[in-house]
Design a protein around this ligand. Structure first.
Ligand code: A2P
Length: 342
C-alpha cells in the first residue's frame, strides 16, 4: 500500500501524541509526519518510528508549503473550524477529532466497527468526523446487540476520566491529589474543571443546554443516532470522575423483545474491538486502571433487568485517548485507504 504523508494538528497534545503511537503500533503506511501545534511549540520535536520531526506552527499556508495525504485534527473545535479547509484545499482528507463537523449532514461521522461504509461520503467535503469519546465505546457495544435484538432505548451514566479535558485536565487531577497529600486541598483552585476533581465527582461535562442536559450528554444522543442510522431513544448523564484516562459507562439497554444474557455475551465476545471480562464469581469486570493504554472496549457485569425481560444492564470501559480518539481516528484512516477508490 502506498505510504501516506500525515499531518497531525495538535501533535503536542494528549491525543496528538497518542496518534503517533497508534499509527506506529497499527503499522499504518506512513511516509512522513508533519507535526503542527501553536506557535509556542514550534521548533520542539516529536518522535515517530525512531525518527524525530520538528513541530511547525499551524498557519493558513502550512499545508500548501507541506502537502499531505491525511490531516488529523485534534487541537479543538475552533482550530478545526478555521484551518480544516486549508488542508482540504490542498487535497488532503481531514480526520477531525473535534465536535465541530460531527452533526453536519455532509460529513460522515464514523466508528469503523459500526458504519465504515459512511466513509464513502468523505468526497462531499473532504472531512470525516471522529465521534465523541463516550459515544465511540458505547456504539461498539450497541451495534452488535442491536443487530440481533433490535434496540429501542438506551439509558447511560458515564464516569469520565480527566483525559477528556486533555493534558491540562490530567495535570489538574494530579496536582489536586498532590495538594491533598500536602494537606492543602482546600486551597486548590480548579481551572480546567468547574470544581476540584481530586477525590470528587462532577456531574457536569461541558455547558448546560436549556433542556437541563449538558452538551456532552446531547452529543451522546445525537451522535449515536447518526452513527447507527436509527432514531433511538437515549438519555445520558455524564459525570467527570477522578480517574486519569479510561472512561466507564453503566448502560441500560431496552430491546424490542426478550433478551438472552448468554447470547448477548456470545455476541459481544465476537464483536470487533470488544473484549468481554465478565466473571463475577471471581470478581472479574473491566476497570479503568487496567484498561488504559489499550485499543479495545471492555464489557462486563452483563445481566438482565430484575423486572423486565427485554432490558439488559452492563458496564463498559475504554481508554478515552485511544479508543475514544486516536485509535478510532487511525482505524478511520485505514478504512479510508481501503474505500477511497470505491
Ligand atoms: P500547544 O502544545 O502548542 O498549545 P490537549 O488536548 O492535550 O490540551 O492538546 C491540545 C493540542 O492543541 C496541543 O497540541 C496544542 O498545541 C494544540 N493547539 C492549541 N491551540 C492551538 C493553536 N492555536 N494552533 C495550533 N495548535 C493548537
Amino acid at each position: 500500500m502506498k505510504k501516506q504523508k500525515i499531518a497531525i494538528v495538535g501533535a503536542t497534545g494528549a491525543v496528538g501524541e497518542e496518534l503517533l503511537n497508534v499509527l506506529d503500533e497499527l503499522d499504518f503506511p506512513v511516509e512522513s509526519i508533519l507535526p503542527l501545534a501553536s506557535a509556542k511549540s514550534a521548533g520542539s520535536e516529536v518522535e515517530f518510528g525512531g525518527k524525530f520531526y520538528k513541530v511547525k506552527e499551524l498557519t493558513e499556508e502550512v499545508f500548501k508549503q507541506n502537502p499531505v495525504d491525511i490531516a488529523f485534527f485534534s487541537a479543538g473545535g475552533s482550530i478545526s473550524a478555521k484551518y480544516a479547509k486549508f488542508a482540504v484545499e490542498t487535497g488532503a482528507v481531514v480526520i477531525d477529532n473535534t465536535s465541530h463537523f460531527r452533526m453536519n449532514q455532509d460529513v460522515p461521522l464514523v466508528v469503523p466497527e459500526c458504519n465504515a461504509e459512511d466513509i464513502k461520503l468523505w468526497k462531499k467535503t473532504g472531512i470525516i468526523a471522529n465521534p465523541n469519546c463516550s459515544t465511540i465505546q458505547m456504539v461498539h457495544i450497541l451495534k452488535p446487540l442491536d443487530e440481533v435484538f433490535n434496540l429501542k432505548r438506551v439509558d447511560v451514566a458515564t464516569y469520565q476520566a480527566a483525559s477528556g479535558a486533555g493534558k491540562e485536565g490530567m495535570a489538574e487531577l494530579v496536582e489536586g491529589l498532590q495538594s491533598f497529600f500536602a494537606f492543602k486541598l482546600d486551597e486548590f483552585k480548579a481551572n480546567t474543571f468547574p470544581y476540584t476533581l481530586a477525590l470528587n465527582l462532577i456531574p457536569q461535562i461541558d455547558e448546560f443546554s436549556d433542556n437541563g442536559y449538558t452538551k456532552e450528554e446531547l452529543k451522546m444522543v445525537n451522535e449515536t443516532q447518526k452513527i447507527l442510522h436509527k432514531n433511538l431513544e437515549i438519555s445520558a448523564t455524564c459525570v467527570r470522575v477522578g480517574v486519569l484516562r479510561s472512561h466507564s459507562e453503566a448502560l441500560s439497554l431496552h430491546f424490542e423483545k426478550e433478551v438472552d444474557v448468554k447470547k448477548a455475551r456470545e455476541i459481544l465476545k465476537n464483536a470487533p474491538s470488544v473484549v468481554v471480562i465478565d466473571d463475577v464469581a471471581n470478581k472479574k469486570y473491566p476497570m479503568p486502571l487496567f484498561t488504559s493504554d489499550t485499543n479495545e472496549t471492555y464489557v462486563g457485569r452483563i445481566r438482565k433487568d430484575i423486572s423486565r425481560d427485554n432490558v439488559l444492564h452492563l458496564w463498559c470501559v475504554a481508554d478515552q485517548i485511544r479508543v475514544g480518539a486516536a485509535t478510532n481516528a487511525v482505524r478511520i484512516a485505514q478504512k479510508w485507504l481501503e474505500l477511497r477508490g470505491k
